[in-house]
Design a protein around this ligand. Structure first.
Ligand code: NAD
Length: 353
């Protein structure tokens, strides 16, 4: 059985989910790590017993026997790392968001086409059991026409700090970091319709709330007093798709709400559904309004989602599966995100051709 030799570019916090899942796949072999932060590189090397450690991407990509890489660097470096890896003949699994602009995303797609390698985008929510169940229910026509959807990913006090708040490295705030997950999941559930128009708003009112005395609720991976915070703290948008469906989305790092919200609602002609986080259906039975709950666990499990994602990536590079989260969907997502920011800036709806 062929074992695929895997490299990781960027061995920060999310790399752990990738690495653990490669270790959970018996056709993957953890081969080498690359990170510009030498201390972090050494720490992860020791933790996972990986000895091929590189701070120089070019040197790392010279490892001819390495088949594929996960790109887990901050957003503004996704494009450069991905294109270099594709050019070096590696298959790439790139974390979400694909890039920080449509222009970059298109260049990444073109590089994958030129060098004929798999470029998969880490839309991990597509690999959750909640998504699989909803897809199944939708495919069996339990919903009729789904014409409206609402998605919320709101944090009361959850700016992660570090590069997440620094627009140069992140490309934006909660929209590009959190909103991307629920917009993509909804679009996938709707059958990947094309976005045709977007109206968006963003606010920078509460920033990263460093002034709070109660830090208990603070989600922080790497915040220091020197951190820049120049991203939005709330974003909302109405996205219209070519099948007539409309998605209303809202997402925040900081917002004066009672508690964090992670919720997705679908509204169809035969039934509606909410994921909050368990799945519930609202329909009619024999002329009576009825609610359907499920005995099976329907909420998402992080470990399981990443394992499914990595297993799928390995199947794709083995030529056994068509990619479920292809580069084309990454480009479409960047068109939506860029349009929300543009609409917020101009105050006008953005029409996508
Ligand atoms: N799928 C998910 O649910 C999920 C969750 C968290 C983060 N992410 C994504 O994963 C990526 C990384 O996020 P994180 O939380 O792990 O951040 P992190 O800061 O913990 O790790 C990023 C690492 O990349 C390294 N790095 C940056 N530029 C580099 C380059 N050019 N070459 C090599 N190393 C480089 C940094 O030194 C750092 O160690 C982001 O794109 C983020 O959006 C996805």
């Amino acid at each position: 059985m062929k074992k695929f030799k895997i490299g990781i570019i960027g061995v920060g916090s999310i790399s752990n989910c990738h690495i653990d899942s490669y270790l959970g796949n018996d056709r993957a072999e953890l081969y080498a790590f690359c990170d510009i932060d030498e201390e972090q590189l050494k720490k992860q090397g020791e933790k996972y017993h990986v000895e091929r450690l590189y701070t120089d991407l070019e040197e790392f990509l010279k490892l001819e026997e390495m088949d594929a890489v996960s790109v887990c660097v901050w957003n503004s470096n996704h494009a450069a790392c991905t294109i270099a890896a594709l050019k070096a003949g590696k298959h790439v699994l790139c974390e979400k968001p694909m890039a920080v602009s449509v222009e970059e995303a298109v260049m990444m797609r073109q590089a994958a086409e030129t060098y004929q390698k798999t470029l998969m985008i880490g839309f991990v929510r597509r690999f959750g059991r909640d998504c699989a169940m909803l897809k199944d229910l939708i495919a069996s026509d339990n919903f009729g026409e789904i014409y409206y959807a609402k998605a919320s990913y709101l944090r009361r006090n959850g700016n992660p700090g570090g590069w997440f708040g620094d627009k140069k490295r992140s490309g934006g705030g909660p929209l590009i970091d959190l909103g991307v997950h629920v917009i993509d999941l909804t679009r996938y559930l709707l059958g990947n319709p094309k976005p045709v128009s977007v109206y968006g708003i963003t606010f920078r009112k509460l920033l990263d709330r460093k002034q709070l005395k109660d830090k208990k609720a603070y989600v922080s991976v790497s915040s220091t007093p020197e951190d820049v915070c120049d991203v939005e703290d709330l974003a909302a948008a109405m996205i219209r798709f070519d099948n007539g469906a409309v998605l209303s989305v809202e997402t925040s790092f900081s917002l004066n709400i009672k508690k964090n919200v992670g919720k997705l609602e679908l509204f169809g002609t035969k039934a509606g559904a909410v994921l909050d986080p368990e799945l519930e259906l609202f329909t009619e039975t024999n002329g009576y309004l009825s609610n359907v709950s499920f005995d099976a666990k329907t909420s998402l499990e992080l470990k399981e989602m990443f394992q499914n994602e990595i297993d799928h990536f390995i199947s794709c590079i083995a030529g056994e599966a068509d990619c479920v989260t292809p580069k084309e969907d990454g480009v479409d997502m960047m068109r939506i995100l860029e349009a929300v920011y543009e609409s917020a800036r101009t105050g006008h709806e953005v029409v996508l051709s």
